[in-house]
Design a protein around this ligand. Structure first.
Ligand code: PGA
Length: 251
């Protein structure tokens, strides 16, 4: 049985003080919650504070990006070791905003995923088609290419240590959610691609989150689909009550 995983992607929001307030509210409700894996991904500047606040709880910490090198002359970048030092267990990689605004390609995402895994961080690898690609009937081709390229060369064990997030670009921050059927269809496709890359056992064991305008009102229906194993939540993760409601919808 795949354990559901709900992660809050706070993006470039929350000062350290605001992050502390939010995570304190989450803790009050979810500190001992075990049915679903719950991950919070604050901006880099708030990681240390949030890390300290969630110590001893069942909440897990994730980052939103990292560089693939271990250290060196990469001004403005953060490496896996720095994230591990703050007790991060997850790192979001290849989010569509990184792909769109910062030129991240599947090859870059792949280097980052390899580097994360080499440092015992679990990557949450994001894939998703644009509206234009969907309308052109390219969903299958785009998703297949992204999954194969972003995960290239990972061993079966590394694949099992990774999470995939399907986030249709047209559904992110737009209020337009993919219908549960549309999402399920792509999740099943991703499992099919994983079966080709590994085998059915690995494909059935990897967790695939859905992301894109998940809200308390639509979470239950999405999470009930057979191949949807939780969510990557943006906007609704900035409000304690809606995030908690979404987490509880995954039970
Ligand atoms: P959203 O963002 O929930 O605000 O649509 C999801 C994401 O980008 O991870």
């Amino acid at each position: 049985m795949r354990k559901k995983i709900v992660a809050g992607n706070w993006k470039m929001n929350m000062t350290t003080a605001e992050a502390a307030t939010l995570v304190t509210a989450l803790k009050a409700d979810l500190a001992n919650f075990r049915e679903v894996e719950v991950v919070v991904c604050p901006p880099f500047t708030a990681l240390a504070t949030v890390s300290e606040l969630i110590q001893g709880t069942h909440l897990d910490l994730g980052a939103q990006n990292m560089h693939w090198e271990k250290n060196g002359a990469y001004t403005g970048e953060i490496c896996a070791g720095m994230l591990r030092e703050l007790y991060c267990h997850y790192v979001i990689l290849g989010h569509s905003e990184r792909r769109q605004y910062f030129g991240e390609t599947d090859a870059i995402v792949n280097r980052k995923a390899q580097a994360a895994l080499a440092s015992s961080l679990h990557p949450i690898v994001c894939v998703g088609e644009t509206l234009q690609e969907r309308e052109a009937g390219q969903v299958e081709a785009v998703i297949t290419t992204q999954v194969q390229g972003s995960l290239a060369g990972l061993s079966a064990k590394e694949m099992l240590d990774s999470v995939i997030a399907y986030e249709p670009v047209w559904a992110i921050g737009t209020g337009k959610t993919a219908s549960s059927e549309q999402a399920q269809e792509v999740h099943a496709l991703i499992r099919q691609v994983l079966t080709g890359l590994y085998d059915a056992t690995v494909a059935q064991a990897v967790r695939i989150q859905y992301g894109g305008s998940v809200k308390p009102a639509n979470a239950r229906e999405l999470f009930a689909m057979p191949d949807i194993d939780g969510g990557l939540i943006g906007g609704a993760a900035l409000d304690a009550k809606s995030f908690i409601d979404i987490v509880r919808a995954a039970v």
